[in-house]
Structure formats: structure tokens, C-alpha cells
Design a protein around this ligand. Structure first.
Ligand SMILES: NC(=O)c1ccc[n+]([C@@H]2O[C@H](COP(=O)([O-])OP(=O)(O)OC[C@H]3O[C@@H](n4cnc5c(N)ncnc54)[C@H](O)[C@@H]3O)[C@@H](O)[C@H]2O)c1
Length: 346
């Protein structure tokens, strides 16, 4: 199939593009490289540097490359930053996606796979969360994605758009040749590994009195290779007029303290931490129920043990101590946060 992957130079996108190319698809990547890395794009994919909300560009490139399906991963992804700059997140994540959809429908494209997020659930409580759980995002980031989900539902009903909505939980790990390199980094596992490399400041654990087994936040970490598999399976599943929403996690929760203990084992570094009060609005526990993706997509997260997540990410970090050679541009909202986010953990 001929596929457009927006955000294909990013962490999840680059792993997905590699998987698609290896499966024999023809892939065009559209990425403005705001946080992505050109060198992360598989050489057999065609990289077009541009914005996924640029209608004139889309009207040329979609027919020119005879695109049959779109995997839409381009987004601004830092929930914490979205609280500071909501307008930018709604503009990038919602506004530009709506333009992409308008042009896609205008040109008769009917297969759309959307990388949504667990952040649409907000604070779902201690039980594994199912797809029909009420949606109540706590950040503009989550809300910007929810608005796209809602718009997709209308375009599905009224215009026959085939949609696969994938609510990804916390992506982590690395493939053998690709890794995670966000500037600035705010995700738990790469941050911990940065500290183990001697980079950055200390680590702060926010909240040790959550109602979890050890008092620290629990999240569902899923290997980026498993997510790439799921995106490919969803692409095979989506048909004009079809509809599906799937959680993609490992189905298991790990606390921050557990991740730290496992990371000490993998890296051999003592990883000292300081603790601070829980941040308002931080959910105590967010874990996916993945029964639906297992059943409908025949998907199994085979790479997502905590040990493998850490080992694969650490192996890439050791080979690439400074990340990719071509850094993503520093995004305007990525300036150091004076309100107290250094060493952000969860
Ligand atoms: N990483 C996670 O843990 C996680 C969890 C849940 C959902 N997701 C979703 O998965 C997708 C990919 O996340 P990621 O971790 O790979 O992020 P990333 O920042 O590594 O990748 C996003 C890519 O999109 C590009 N981009 C951003 N805005 C663009 C625009 N307007 N036009 C063209 N390109 C643009 C960036 O340059 C980057 O290459 C996002 O939609 C995110 O919301 C990620």
C-alpha cells in the first residue's frame, strides 16, 4: 500500500515507518522536523519536510504519491507544556489535523489511522481502563486529541471515513537501530537513562503518597516496537467506512519506584532521587485494558516487559550518547520551565 505517515521522523513514527518499509509498503513521511530527526527516517521512505496542516502541500503530495492511507502521528506531545501553551497545542494537534482531514476527504481518501493517547481518559482510577470509560482529559494535550477523535466520529458517520483510533499509553524502549531523542526530554525512562549517563540534573519523584502499592505513580509502559506493530495491524484493518478505537498498552502497571529499581539493575547506576509533592492533576494510576486490541487486531505486546523496555533503550543510549546527530529544532515552548519542572519524572 502507498501510505503517508505524518510525524514519521519522530520516536513512534520512525519505528513505524521502518516496520512498514520492511513489510513492503511504499511510505511517504511528512514531518516538519520540529521535534523529529531526518536521520531517523528509513532511507527507503521518502521524507518530505513540511507541515501536515499545509493544505496546498497536501493537495499536491497526496495525488502525486497516490496515497491510499494516512497514519497520522504528527503532534506536540508534552502534556505539561500544553498547560503553559494551550493555544499552540490546539492549533497543532487539532487545527492542523482538521486541515489534513479536510483535504484527505476532498481527495477521496477513506483510510485514516490516528495516534491518540491515554491522556484522553484523564484520571481513570486504579482499574485497567477500557475504551468505553468516560473521557475527561486533564490537559490541553489530551483535550486536543479528544477533539480529533470526536471530529473523526462525525467524518466517519457523515462521510464514510474509515478510522482506526489508537490510544497509546506510555511509549518506551528502542528498536535495534532507532531510539528516543526528545529535546527537552520529559518521559520517565529516557530521563532516568540520561541521568545514568551523567547528563542533566537530579531526578525528582513527584508524589510518594499516591494510593498505589509504594506511593508513587503507576503507568503502563509499552514498547515502541509493539506500538509500531499495532499501527501496522490497524492499517491492515481499516477499510473505507470502518470504525475502531483501541487501547495500546502492555496491560500492566509499573510504579515510578519499580522503574527506578529496574533501571538501577540495568544501568548499574545508583540513580539517586529527591522527592517532591505530587503535582496537582497527576493521575495516580493509568493502566490499559488491552483485551479489545488483542481480540480485534490479533495484537500482542511481546516486547513490553519492564526489563526489555529498559535494556533496549539503554543499549541505544550507550551507542548514541548524544542522541541523533541532527537534533530536532528547539520548539518555542521548550524553554526551561522556571515553574519547577527540572528533572521531571511523573
Ligand atoms: N510517546 C508517547 O509516549 C506517546 C503516548 C501516547 C500517544 N502518543 C502519540 O504518538 C504520536 C507520536 O509521538 P512521539 O512520541 O513519536 O512524538 P515525537 O515528538 O517524537 O514525534 C512527533 C513528530 O511529529 C512532527 N510534527 C509535529 N507537529 C507537526 C506538524 N504540524 N506537521 C508535521 N510534522 C509535525 C515532529 O517533528 C515529530 O517528528 C503523537 O501523536 C503522540 O500524541 C505518543
Amino acid at each position: 500500500m502507498r501510505i503517508l505517515v505524518t510525524g514519521g521522523a519522530g520516536f513512534l513514527g520512525s519505528h513505524t515507518v521502518e516496520r512498514l518499509v520492511h513489510s513492503g509498503h511504499q511510505v511517504v513521511v511528512l514531518d516538519n522536523l520540529v521535534t523529529g530527526h531526518a536521520e531517523a527516517v528509513h532511507p527507503e521512505a521518502r521524507l518530505i519536510t513540511g507541515d501536515c496542516g499545509e493544505a496546498a502541500l497536501l493537495r499536491t503530495l497526496l495525488p502525486e504519491h497516490r496515497i491510499e492511507a494516512i497514519l497520522h502521528l504528527a503532534a506536540s506531545i508534552e502534556a505539561g507544556e500544553s498547560l503553559r501553551w494551550p493555544e499552540r497545542f490546539f492549533a497543532n494537534n487539532t487545527g492542523r489535523t482538521l486541515t489534513l482531514l479536510e483535504v484527505a476527504l476532498e481527495l477521496g481518501l477513506r483510510r485514516f489511522v490516528f495516534a491518540s493517547t491515554a491522556a484522553v481518559y484523564g484520571n481513570p482510577g486504579p482499574e485497567p481502563v477500557r475504551e468505553e470509560h468516560p473521557l475527561d482529559p486533564l490537559s490541553p494535550y489530551g483535550h486536543s486529541k479528544l477533539m480529533v477523535e470526536q471530529a473523526l466520529a462525525w467524518m466517519h458517520r457523515q462521510r464514510g471515513l474509515g478510522c482506526a483510533i489508537l490510544r497509546c499509553f506510555n511509549a518506551a524502549g528502542s528498536g535495534p537501530s532507532l531510539g528516543e531523542d526528545h529535546q527537552p526530554e520529559t518521559h520517565l525512562i529516557p530521563l532516568i537513562l540520561d541521568r545514568a549517563m551523567g547528563l542533566g540534573e537530579g531526578l525528582t519523584v513527584f508524589g510518594t503518597d499516591h494510593p498505589t502499592s509504594d506511593g508513587t505513580c503507576v503507568r503502563d509502559y509499552v514498547h515502541v516496537l509493539d506500538l509500531a506493530d499495532a499501527l501496522c495491524l490497524a492499517l491492515a484493518h481499516v477499510e473505507p467506512g470502518s470504525w475502531g478505537v483501541w487501547n495500546l498498552g502492555s496491560g500492566r502497571g509499573h510504579s515510578v519506584a519499580e522503574v527506578l529499581t529496574a533501571a538501577r539493575k540495568v544501568t548499574g547506576h545508583p540513580l539517586e532521587v529527591r522527592t517532591a509533592q505530587a503535582r496537582p492533576g497527576d493521575p495516580s494510576s493509568v493502566v490499559a485494558d488491552i483485551a479489545r486490541a488483542r481480540h480485534d487486531l490479533n495484537w500482542e505486546p511481546r516486547h513490553s516487559s519492564l526489563e526489555n523496555l529498559l535494556q533496549s533503550a539503554w543499549a541505544w543510549r550507550l551507542r548514541h550518547p548524544n542522541g541523533y546527530a541532527t537534533p530536532g529544532a528547539t520548539v518555542p515552548w521548550a524553554a526551561p520551565d522556571s515553574s519547577g519542572h527540572p528533572g521531571f519524572v511523573i
